[in-house]
Design a protein around this ligand. Structure first.
Ligand SMILES: *[C@@H]1O[C@H](CO)[C@@H](O)[C@H](O)[C@H]1NC(C)=O
Ligand SMILES: *[C@@H]1O[C@H](CO)[C@@H](O)[C@H](O)[C@H]1NC(C)=O
Ligand SMILES: *[C@@H]1O[C@H](CO)[C@@H](O)[C@H](O)[C@H]1NC(C)=O
Length: 428
């Protein structure tokens, strides 16, 4: 963990002035932003530049404002709409379609090949001669060969190879089953290895990478959460006032590490070797990179349970199918073609939110959503969205987490969603 908040004159220990803020409700993140004009005369100048839009459709939102420009902390009173008061009824056709993983047969075949040491179909991993990281112990013959046998003669590689096979095997075994109770297992599988205890985090911030973060200065608020999750190596340096500087966990997809098997300088320790990483596996071959990265990472490097991945996949697909049917009026069979079904995937942000919901008492979500007034990412100049995600479907899911968690499919009735708020602030 690292906390490195710049000291300011506000840090004088005095009690904050409690000020009530009425939450604005905003039905859909996907709609273009309409910003109400701040009341220039009736408020202090500092307040007048700060416009708070809080996506908590529910009541009891309490905010404590101390010097509105830099320091704002939120607390939610206990609230949690629970599904027990609602009769569950899900559309069984949608459930059925959402449960089919089109990419499953391909993944199964890949895993079998990899366990046998056959990397022939693995694109850039195919030629071991390009794995320069292992060159030192290899003779020239090995370097010019594509055979894994040659590589296995390198003691250094052999160690990785055994670990690779073990983790891939364990992962593949779990991948074959679906478990609706998996949300309740996150405390054991993630929280426990991170902190050596099973107590839920009291407050969590999931920091998305949307450019809307640059329109506010929520760095201190973000850092005030016990557990701060950042996504896909987004850097904080230079953006501390907007995004904070504390990182409790770096959440990434395995594509981020894809150079680790091949060269020393990969993106393995974005926030240093002491910040734990939680990662989901996009392709089974990425376990090679995982194994290599893990060997130099001091803190935990946790791969998400494939049953948790499957749950996230089903949920997002359910919302995507539903939206597709409602907006196009077409048959659900056409969804696969329209959305590139075999490559369709939930975003890293969605799974990070799911993770936080599983290990936290309350969850605040920052930097999710888009606006014509803001960059796509706060830290890059990337223009467009990636086609393999359905962000609108994910926004609909977040909205249900906040307002109607009983409407979320595939979740065991034993799991209770903690309260979540989605926070967007615009400084005009
Ligand atoms: C984890 O907690 C147990 C029991 O509280 C303790 O015995 C053990 O030393 C702890 N391990 C670490 C690595 O802190
Ligand atoms: C990851 O690294 C840690 C510490 O070096 C080690 O204990 C653990 O066995 C490794 N895990 C795998 C799956 O290689
Ligand atoms: C289930 O959803 C699909 C797609 O939205 C719709 O066409 C179908 O009529 C629904 N079935 C029921 C029983 O509501």
């Amino acid at each position: 963990m690292s906390k490195n908040t710049p000291k300011t004159e506000e840090d004088n220990g005095s009690d904050p002035d409690p000020t009530k803020i009425k939450p604005y409700t905003w039905p859909s993140l996907a709609k273009p932003m309409k910003l109400p004009h701040p009341q220039k005369r009736s408020v202090r100048p500092l307040f007048s530049i700060l416009l708070l839009i809080v996506f908590a459709a529910t009541v009891s939102f309490r905010a404590v404002l101390r010097r509105a420009d830099v320091n704002l902390s939120l607390s939610l009173s206990a609230w949690s709409p629970q599904r027990k008061t609602h009769v569950l009824s899900f559309n069984s056709t949608l459930l059925k379609y959402a449960s089919v993983d089109i990419s499953e047969p391909r993944a199964k075949q890949e895993i079998e090949q990899l366990l046998e040491g056959n990397f022939a179909s693995q694109g850039r991993y195919r030629t071991f001669a390009t794995w320069r990281r292992f060159d030192t112990h290899l003779d020239l013959r090995a370097r010019s060969s594509n055979s894994i046998q040659a590589l296995l003669r390198s003691p250094r590689f052999y160690r990785y190879w055994l670990q690779f096979r073990t983790v891939l095997h364990d992962w593949a075994r779990k991948k074959t089953s679906f478990d609706p109770e998996i949300m309740s297992d996150l405390i054991r599988s993630v929280k426990l290895p991170l902190t050596n205890n099973s107590k839920r985090y009291s407050s969590c911030a999931v920091v998305g990478n949307s450019g809307i973060l640059l329109k506010s200065e929520f760095g201190k608020l973000i850092d005030s959460h016990e557990f701060v999750v950042r996504l896909n190596n987004a850097r904080t340096t230079g953006f501390e006032r907007n995004v904070g500087s504390k990182t409790s966990v770096s959440f990434v997809n395995s594509n981020i590490l894809h150079f680790c098997a091949r060269r020393e300088g990969c993106f393995c320790h974005p926030y240093g070797v002491d910040v734990p990483i939680v990662m989901y596996i996009c392709q089974p071959v990425h376990f090679v990179d995982y194994t290599v990265c893990n060997s130099t990472h001091k803190a935990a490097l946790i791969v998400t349970d494939p049953r948790f991945d499957a749950l996230c996949g089903r949920i997002v697909k359910y919302y995507s199918l539903k939206r597709f049917a409602e907006e196009t009026g077409k048959s659900l069979d056409d969804w696969g073609v329209a959305r590139d079904g075999a490559n369709f995937h939930y975003s890293s942000g969605m799974q990070a939110v799911m993770l936080a919901l599983g290990v936290c008492d309350k969850v605040s979500v920052f930097g999710f959503g888009k606006s014509g007034l803001a960059k796509h990412h706060y830290h890059t100049n990337q223009k467009a969205e990636l086609g393999l995600h359905d962000y609108e479907a994910e926004y609909a899911f977040y909205q249900d987490v906040i307002e109607r968690p009983w409407k979320i499919p595939f979740i065991s009735s034993k799991f209770k969603f903690p309260p979540m708020v989605q926070i967007v602030v615009f400084m005009l």
